[in-house]
Design a protein around this ligand. Structure first.
Ligand SMILES: Nc1ncnc2c1ncn2[C@@H]1O[C@H](COP(=O)(O)OP(=O)(O)OP(=O)(O)O)[C@@H](O)[C@H]1O
Ligand SMILES: [Mg+2]
Length: 375
């Protein structure tokens, strides 16, 4: 891929106590984040959690209620979008139907009165990067969805923005194309190294694309970390439940001590705690309620465990989803259904009782009332 001699300057984006209220709706509620120069950060959360609003506050399309936005040390909170040197890619592409691909990509440059020669040079550079240099004379109606999306991205990068903002840019594409464009956008960003904020409600997109992920819920930042941190150490039940498919199992348990041992217990399941968790748990009040969290992929069918640090229990197979790559088992337990992600080659009959093993190293414990993780 051809580079434009590293002309894009890398900036750090800092959000400080950002709030955006629409009347009583707290769309963005006191968010502070620091995004490193050249980093690819994903804003992830359910519909209505404030992702677009937060992105629009960074772009300047939305005026913040309180708080500040910095690009490096510059306070840009009250600068208009055109003075921030940002580009935004929207979900619906927003490319002009009456303009050729060439003119669409060059549009921001013409507005800023770049010379014809410079426009041509930059349009060719961006079109080549996106692999659409053979489509420059076509109109949007003559393009596929994926090609249109590439035009929108090319148009976003011709200005060589300091910050690239993308709001669910792939959600209109079919599943296969989405996977391909995901990889393309990631590679393009690695190549340009432009600081990027990417909005999605798709956890797989977030996990595979972001250097770091900011998980939002109801306008509040829940957790900001690498995909590894968010998957292995979710800070609360919201993050734990939002990341991972099938979803983490949540089971209400009591903490019981017997001699030196500690157990998480409910009817039909008894999980002993490894030493590394004991300190955190022995301090807890026995009066509160707790939730044991365990991901379906961390419960093994008997004989298939890679570890001997397990708690065994039994369950009747109520339903087996035969995906062939995996088998997702829904087991009937005293406390409800327990979901287990088993290997695809497993021969299993619905109605049969099987033994399963909970991985003691991969369990999570949450306070039921606050939802906060204990470990
Ligand atoms: N202009 C507006 N006026 C009033 N309320 C608004 C406005 N824009 C957004 N909201 C509200 O703010 C909250 C956050 O909206 P936002 O569009 O940021 O969510 P989102 O996370 O982008 O959701 P989605 O995934 O559906 O795009 C919602 O409750 C929404 O109804
Ligand atoms: Mg949105």
């Amino acid at each position: 891929m051809k580079e434009r001699e590293g002309k894009i300057r890398l900036v750090k984006v800092k959000l400080k106590g950002l709030k955006k209220y629409f009347g009583k709706v707290k769309a963005v509620d006191d968010i502070s984040l620091e995004i490193n120069p050249g980093e690819f950060v994903v804003l992830l959360g359910p519909s209505g959690c404030g992702k677009t609003t937060l992105l629009r506050c960074v772009s300047g399309l939305e005026v913040v209620t309180t708080g500040k936005v910095f690009f490096d040390e510059d306070d840009v909170t009250y600068l208009s979008p055109k003075d921030r040197n940002i580009s935004m890619v929207f979900q619906n592409y927003a490319i002009w139907p009456h303009m050729t691909v060439n003119n669409n990509i060059g549009f921001p440059l013409r507005i800023k009165r770049y010379s014809q020669k410079e426009i041509e040079k930059r349009v060719n550079w961006a079109a080549e990067l996106l692999g659409i240099d053979n489509l420059l004379d076509r109109y949007p109606v003559q393009l596929s969805g994926g090609q249109r999306q590439r035009v929108a991205v090319a148009r976003a990068i011709v200005m060589e923005p300091k910050v690239l903002l993308m709001d669910e840019p792939l959600s209109n594409l079919d599943a296969l194309l989405r996977v391909r464009m995901r990889a393309e956008i990631r590679k393009l960003q690695e190549n340009l190294k432009v600081t990027t904020i990417y909005v999605t409600h798709d956890q797989v997109e977030a996990m595979t694309m972001g250097n770091r992920i900011a998980v939002l819920n109801q306008g509040i930042l829940q957790q900001f970390g690498s995909s590894e941190e968010i998957y292995h150490n979710p800070v609360n039940t919201f993050v734990a439940g939002f990341i991972g498919s099938p979803q983490m199992n949540f089971i209400e348990v009591e903490i019981v001590s017997q001699g030196k041992e500690l157990f998480l217990k409910t009817k039909g399941l008894e999980v002993s705690l490894l030493d590394k968790y004991k300190d955190k748990v022995s301090k807890l009040s026995g009066k509160r309620k707790y939730i044991l969290g365990v991901r379906p992929e961390h419960i093994y069918v008997s004989g298939r465990a890679q570890t001997d640090k397990v708690a065994a229990t039994k369950g009747k197979v109520y339903f087996a989803e035969l995906l062939r790559s995996d088998t997702v088992l829904h087991l009937e337990k005293e406390f409800g259904f327990l979901v287990v992600k088993a290997p695809g080659d497993l021969k299993i009959k619905e109605g049969k009782e099987i033994e399963i093993l909970v991985d003691l190293l991969r369990i999570h414990l949450f306070d039921k009332d606050t939802g906060k993780a204990i470990f």
